[in-house]
Design a protein around this ligand. Sequence first.
Ligand SMILES: *Cc1c(COP(=O)(O)O)cnc(C)c1O
Length: 356
Amino acid sequence: MNGLIRAIIDTNALRHNLQSIRKRAAGSRVMAVVKANAYGHGLVNVAHALPDADALAVARIDEAITLRSAGVRHPIVVLEGVFSAEQLQEAAVQNLEIVVHDPVQIELLERFRGPEHFPVWIKIDTGMNRLGFRPSDFPKVLERVRAVKASKIRLMTHLARAEERDCPMTREQIARFSDIASKLPYETSICNSAGIFVVENDHGNWLRPGLALYGASPIPRESAASFGLKPVMTIETTVIATRRVRAGETVGYGGAWKAARDSTVAILAGGYGDGLPRSLDNGTPVIVDGKRAPMVGRVSMDMTAVDVTDIPNVHVGMRGSFWGQGISVEEVAVHAGTIPYELLCGVNQRVPLYVI
Ligand SMILES: *Cc1c(COP(=O)(O)O)cnc(C)c1O
C-alpha cells in the first residue's frame, strides 16, 4: 500500500475554479490568495498550477520569498505588509506589492531610499476593525504615500460579513470605500470569495479569492457546485482494520460511541495528528469504498472509526476519504463546529500532497 493517507490536489479543478470566479466579474483581475500554504494545498504547487492568475496574494513576506525562490514570477501582494526596513528592502528587491495599513509602515516607506517603484496598496478600514486606516484618516495617509517616490498607489478594503446575503453592513462598507475610491484614479480591490459571489457589480478592479479557488462554497448552506466550483483537495485514507462489535459494546477512547446493534466497524488511517479535528462528532460522514458511512467514537491521533455495517465486504486496504470528491469539506466542518477554512489549513505536514 502506497501511503495510508494523502491529500490529492486536483490542479484541473483549481484552474476550473479560477475560470468560474472570473465569470462572476468580467473585466476584473484576480489575485489568487495562497497564504497559509495555499490553504493547505501547497504554496508553490498552487502558484505553478495557476499561470493565468493575474497576481498571487500572501499574508507574510516569508511566503512571498518562498514563492520567488521557487521561480514564481507573478506579481505578489503581501497582505499584511512589512514591518522593518530590511523587509521593505527585501520586498523591493523581490518585486513585491505591499499593503500599508498602519502609520509605522508609511514611516518605513518614507525612509526608503532604493530606486525601485512598486505598487503600494493602501488598506482602508470600512468596518472590519482589524487592519487599515479609517476613512477620516485617509486624506492624510494618501498625501504621505503620494509623497513617497517608490510607490504606485492602489486601494483596498476587506468585508466583514460578505457570507451573509443581503447584509446591510456589506452595503455600508462598499459605500464607504466607494466614497473615497470613486474620486481617485487608483485601482481597487474589495471582494474575498464570499464578496465575489454575493456582491453585484461593485467588485472593484481586483478580486481576492481564497476559499472559492480551492472549491469550497464561501456561503453557508449553499453548495460549491451552485457557484460552479469543484473541490481541489481530497483527503484519501485507507482501512487499516475491521472488527465486529456487539450491540452494547463501545468503540474508542472514553467509550464515546455505543453500538445499538451488532455492527461492523472499520478503522481508517487519519486522526487529529493529521489535522482531523477531535471535535468531529458521531455521525460525521466519511466515504468508504465509494459509499457514505458515519464516524463513530472519538477521533484518535492516528486513526478514526467508522460504522460500515451497511457497506458489504469492507476489508483492510480499501480506500476511503474524509473530504473532497463526494463529501464537501463544508459539510464536514459543520460536524466539527468550525468552518472549511480551518479544516483545509489544518491538514498536517505528515499528510503528503499528491498533485495531479
Ligand atoms: C485571506 C484573505 C482573502 C481571501 O479570503 P477568502 O474568504 O478565502 O476568499 C482576501 N483578502 C484578504 C485581505 C485576506 O486576508
